[in-house]
Ligand binder design. Structure first.
Ligand code: CA
Length: 483
């Protein structure tokens, strides 16, 4: 069969199988499909908060493909995750809270640990259901071979264990039991990873596949990027937050912060351009209709907000003063889902969702029952994607036991209006924010008499959750971890 014929057939099948079901008036009806298993492409960026995406309201960053994806799919305004790499990835892959799979903080380069054997990932479940599963890029759930993604449900891996710089990457390339090729490739890392992702899609175009494309950027400023990505920012001055109101950060030079913005926005644009290449490939292969694309980030970032640089383990700008935190800037990540025929183009969702929801969502997308997997903490967001009226959860929880940069033991409950954070390392640091009247989380109301009942109720709910999932203060002692 020649390529044109194959593409034509694939395109026709995509149309028949994937399009929205036309009703008798010829209108598209969303939320219904009757076709074969859809492919899943999950794109995860490293340290990109939702506020670094144009469509989330940022006028400085250039993200035309991310914005277009939102115009074709659903954008979630409040998608949260643990505010550092490894715990967030553990939550996403296992559908459980990070401490339940033993990942408290990011995994340092010299640490011999990782996602334990026996932690079931969505990749394993999808592979059992007939999917070919691949990961391209950063893993960050264990450096030793026993923790590698090819032993956690992925048939294919082209990438690296921890972080990697922007140029000339050395990649492990591994398929099943094949030997590992350790390849150094000349060029820009983000372009090269996308090439591998495109190849994976091309090779698996005739069967259901799940691709987890894990970009290692814009992590801590990721330059250089190709000139074409930099071109969007020549001579540009970025809007900066009012970081000078924070005494610890007030002496930090504006010019330096401008440079940091450039070092983060330019790689976001580089990823965005590469995402465009990947989407073109899906279209060319006729797979666009039958592929669910999920775009998200592994944690947020402050970059001047609250006077901080970095995320949950932030420090004040220009200092080594730590500020462990669960500000929305650190925990809210982009989440955009496109699924032609199911998700209404340009739709927006204000419900509270979390990275623990990915696992059951992917199961449901693959047509699998989620009732037998009671160990999962997340809920499938498929009803939200379909636009169904549904009573949804009204609370989200997070846990972050931080050991690098500072010691902190944070537990959070976030409802739509309020957020409570316990700091078990020092309860004088507890926080309570009214997100409706103080979305920037500048006014800590913990202990304020005017919100006594809110604090009381949220404390009860948070403690009940802590007890249930083994995250209470007493459990820290049992785990022999100091606080
Ligand atoms: Ca990260």
């Amino acid at each position: 069969m020649n390529i044109d014929r194959r593409r034509f057939l694939a395109a026709s099948m995509g149309f028949l199988a994937g399009a929205a079901v036309p009703n008798i008036f010829g209108k598209r009806v969303y939320g219904q499909r009757t076709d074969k298993k859809p492919n899943i492409v999950l794109i995860n960026t490293d340290d990109q908060p939702s506020w670094w995406v144009g469509v989330y309201g940022n006028e400085d960053v250039h993200t035309s493909n991310m914005d277009k994806l939102a115009s074709e799919g659903m954008l979630f305004k409040t998608a949260v995750t643990v505010p550092v790499c490894s715990p967030s990835r553990a939550m996403m892959l296992t559908g459980r809270y990070n401490h339940q799979v033993g990942i408290d903080d990011f995994i340092n380069n010299d640490e011999v640990t990782g996602l334990p054997n026996g932690s079931v990932t969505f990749a394993q479940v999808l592979r059992n259901a007939g999917y070919t599963t691949g990961i391209v890029g950063k893993w960050h759930l264990g450096k030793e071979m026993e923790y590698w993604p090819t032993l956690r449900g992925f048939d294919y891996w082209a990438g690296f264990t921890n972080a990697h710089g922007p140029l000339n990457p050395t990649l492990y390339v591994k398929r099943g039991d094949e030997r590992v090729e350790n390849q150094k490739i000349e060029g820009f890392t983000l372009n090269i990873l996308t090439d591998y992702a495109i190849n994976f899609i091309h090779e698996n175009r005739d069967k259901p596949f799940m691709l987890y494309l894990s970009y290692p950027a814009p992590h801590m400023g990721y330059l250089p990027v190709p000139e074409e990505d930099m071109a969007h920012y020549i001579g540009k001055k970025f809007k900066l937050p009012d970081y000078k109101r924070f005494p610890e950060a007030k002496d930090y030079p504006e010019q330096e912060l401008q440079k940091r913005y450039l070092a983060n926005y330019a790689p976001v644009t580089s990823i965005d351009r590469n995402m465009g290449r990947l989407f073109e490939e899906l279209k060319t292969l006729g797979l666009e209709e039958n592929t669910v694309v999920v775009f998200t980030g592994d944690n947020g970032y402050c970059l001047g907000r609250h006077g901080l640089r970095s995320k949950g383990n932030a420090r004040f700008l220009g200092t080594d003063i730590p500020r462990p935190n669960m500000f929305d800037d650190s925990i809210v990540v982009p989440l955009i889902v496109r699924w032609p025929g199911v998700v209404k183009p340009g739709s927006r969702c204000n419900e509270l969702v979390s990275h623990i929801d990915f696992f059951p969502t992917f199961m449901e997308i693959a047509g699998l029952e989620t009732t037998d997997v009671s160990h999962l903490e997340g809920i499938s967001i498929l009803p939200l994607l379909r636009g169904e009226e549904k009573i949804w959860r009204d609370e989200l929880f997070l846990i972050y036991d931080m050991k690098y940069h500072a010691v902190a033991h944070m537990r959070m409950i976030r409802i739509k209006r309020w957020k409570l954070i316990h700091h078990y390392e020092d309860e004088r640091k507890n926080e309570l924010y009214d997100l409706k009247n103080d979305p920037g989380e500048l006014n800590n109301l913990y202990g304020d008499k005017s919100v006594k009942s809110v604090q009381y109720i949220l404390t009860g709910r948070l403690k009940a959750w802590e007890q249930r999932v083994g995250a209470a203060k007493e459990d820290l002692l049992k785990r022999n971890r100091p606080y």
